[in-house]
Design a protein around this ligand. Structure first.
Ligand code: NAP
Length: 246
């Protein structure tokens, strides 16, 4: 895959799946903007990734704030002159059954997981449309397709991402921009570490491949969709879930 010298903005990439995506793309020579609400961790991750021989920039980003998003894309263009790839990875959970879920937990998950993708895509498309080239990869989730008790806010935000992906794909295909989603199943990260052991064991039984995925598994799928070679694929969802949904 020929990605050397390209520039990627990856949201929520200080740790977890986002960090694995940043490392994977950097391994192919892509310069990386490590954008995360955790600014100190973002700086540390950016420093580590530089050791792979690419340029990096650490940016404090709140994806739910239009001003913050605009600033990061402005800084990225100042630093690197372009943005070829956007990976909308930042996401949070605030779980609770419907009748117990607080309105603020609904709002914060929708603001970060869904509005964040809208705001970042808008800034990226402004740049990519001029370049007549771009790759946007959005991180959805298997729960967008199968639901999950306790995650009415999260599953709605991820299902929203699927609709948004297809629409932006149709709107900007003529500008050489592809927009796809990757829908991970159960991946071992800080987000899932918090679950009780018995819940994890139950979940494992529902996975034909019999194990949880790794951030690297997701990163590999993102790398493919972010590459020039995936240029005839747009508006699609690539499921990375060990067969738990098919
Ligand atoms: P993670 O370890 O919690 O990493 C997410 C990163 O995003 C964190 O550094 C987080 O910072 C950051 N973030 C949170 N709010 C932000 C904001 N407003 N602006 C910018 N950055 C923000 O989670 P992960 O497991 O790697 O998940 C990454 C993505 O994959 C998410 O979209 C998640 O929904 C999706 N996903 C994960 C799984 C899984 O099994 N792990 C499965 C399906 C989909 P803080 O830590 O300060 O919040």
């Amino acid at each position: 895959m020929e990605l050397s010298g390209q520039v990627a903005v990856i949201t929520g990439s200080a740790r977890g799946i986002g960090r694995a995506i940043a490392e994977k793309l950097a391994g192919k020579g892509v310069n990386i903007v490590v954008a995360d609400i955790m600014s100190e961790e973002a700086e540390e991750t950016a420093r580590k990734i530089q050791e792979l021989g690419v340029k990096t920039m650490a940016a404090r980003l709140d994806v739910s704030s239009a001003d913050s998003v605009a600033r990061v894309f402005e800084d990225a263009v100042k630093e690197f002159g372009k943005v070829d790839i956007l990976v909308n990875n930042a996401g949070i959970t605030r779980d609770g059954l419907l009748l117990r879920m607080k309105e603020e937990d609904w709002d914060s998950v929708i603001d970060i997981n869904l509005k964040g993708v809208f705001l970042c895509s808008k800034e990226a498309v402004k740049i990519m449309a001029k370049q007549r080239y771009g790759r946007i990869v959005n991180i959805a989730s298997v729960v967008a397709f199968i639901g999950n008790p306790g995650q009415v806010n999260y599953s709605a935000s991820k299902a929203g991402i699927v609709g948004l992906t297809k629409t932006i794909a149709k709107e900007y295909a003529s500008r050489g921009i592809t927009v796809n989603a990757v829908a991970p199943g159960f991946i071992t990260t800080a987000m899932t570490d918090a679950l009780p052991e018995n819940v994890k064991e139950e979940m494992k039984k529902a996975i034909p491949l019999g194990k949880f995925g790794t951030p690297e598994d997701v990163a590999q799928a993102v790398l493919f969709l972010a590459s020039p070679e995936a240029g005839y694929i747009t508006g699609q969802v690539l499921h990375v879930n060990g067969g738990m949904y098919m």
